[in-house]
Structure formats: C-alpha cells, structure tokens
Design a protein around this ligand. Structure first.
Ligand SMILES: N[C@@H](CCC(=O)N[C@@H](CS)C(=O)NCC(=O)O)C(=O)O
Length: 210
C-alpha cells in the first residue's frame, strides 16, 4: 500500500462506517481512501485479524497499523487533512463535543443491539426487557437532542454521528423516532440540505447486513 493511501474496511450500510465515509468526503480525502467491504459474521474474513473485536469500520495504514473505532479514525483523518473542522483540538469545547458525539453514537449502539437481538436469537427467545432497556437509551438520547438540536449548518463529529444514527433508525426501524421528535425531523432536513456528504454516503440499495 503506498504511504499516502489507506483502506477502510466497512460495508456501505454500516452507520459507523458511514460516519467515517462522511468525514472522508467532508475532509476532501476521497482520493486517498479505498473502501473494502468486510463481513462481520464471516470467521474467515481478515477483519478479525485487523480488529480483534471483529467490528467495522477500521482503517488500514501502511506498515500494518490498524485504527479503530470510528471516533479514533475520524480524529486521525482530521489531523491528516490538517483540519480542525470536525473537532477542536483543545479546550472544554472539545470535550463537550466529544461527549455529545458519544451520546449520538449511543443511539446507534442501542439500535444495533436491538437489531442484533433479532439476528442472533430466535423470536421465541427475544427479551422484551432487554429491548425496552435499549429503547430507553434511544428515547432519552433523542429527548436530549430534541430539547437542544445542534446547529444544522455545522458539520462536525456531533452532527455527523447524529445524522448517521437517524439514517440507521430510518432504515432498520428498531424504533419510530420521527413522530415524537419534530425538531429533530426538521433538523435532519436542514442538515441534509446543508451537507451534501450525507446524501452521497447513503447506501445504494437495501441489503441484508449492517
Ligand atoms: N464503537 C464502534 C462501533 C462499531 C460497530 O458496532 N460496528 C458494527 C457495524 S455498524 C459491527 O461491526 N458489528 C459487528 C459486531 O458487533 O460483531 C465504532 O464507533 O466504530
């Protein structure tokens, strides 16, 4: 692999992979990164050697260095691009933004766990209590953002993570988020209009796995 190009292991449907693909687009790094799909369910996929957790996305650097998870990759890409657009480098603002991005990612994490419940367990063994536990996380995080939506004209790690969470909720529908969150529905419309990288990173067509 030439020193200035990288491989991103990700599907086009992964919400965390989409965060990184959006960052690549926004930071102007598209020419330097090749996306190579990975199958998290395939034991023989090299993903499990690259990231022992078997999760995607991960970024392969020259010399065998592998970076994960999505938050770490985005920080690396921002530094590579010589930018501070997605996350300030210092100060309390940096930590406030990191915390809000973690909250937005938590929506996606809980949504994935709800989807995995159906993927990995027979319907008879689904745990309504577990699903309710995850739904509660999503509901509280959405309520937080509904009460104070971020600026939709700003693209940073918070708005990227939030938009990708909504993309996943709209696709897999572990919860119906739209009826009770009118400000967030408006927010997503405004953000989509402001940031073309969101539409550009939409998965081409429905497929089986995230
Ligand atoms: N915190 C990680 C989460 C990554 C994650 O959960 N990725 C999902 C796909 S969207 C995955 O690889 N799931 C497979 C598994 O958990 O085994 C990140 O931000 O990259």
């Amino acid at each position: 692999m030439p020193h200035d190009t990288f491989v991103l292991r990700s599907t086009l449907t992964s919400p965390f992979g989409r965060k990184v693909r959006m960052a690549i687009d926004v930071l102007g790094l598209t020419q330097r990164i090749t996306v190579v799909p990975a199958d998290t369910l395939d034991e023989t996929d090299s993903l499990r050697q690259q990231n022992p957790l078997g999760k995607l996305p991960c970024l392969l650097l020259a010399g065998g260095t592998v970076l994960y998870d999505s938050a770490v990759i985005i920080e690396f890409l921002q530094e590579l691009a010589g930018s501070e657009a997605l996350l300030p480098l210092h100060g309390i603002e940096r930590y406030k933004i990191l915390t809000l991005a973690t909250l937005a990612d938590g929506i996606t994490d809980a949504a994935l766990l709800m989807v995995y419940e159906s993927r990995f367990r027979d319907p008879a063994t689904h745990s309504p209590r577990w699903l309710m536990h995850q739904r509660g996380k999503i509901a509280r995080a959405l309520a937080h953002f509904e009460s104070a939506p971020p600026d939709p004209r700003k693209t940073d790690i918070v708005t990227i993570a939030l938009a990708c969470a909504f993309g996943y909720l709209d696709w897999r529908k572990p919860v119906e988020w739209r009826p009770d969150h009118p400000r967030l529905v408006q927010w997503l419309e405004a953000f989509t209009a402001h940031e073309p990288a969101y539409a550009r990173t939409r998965a081409p067509a429905p497929t089986a796995n995230p």
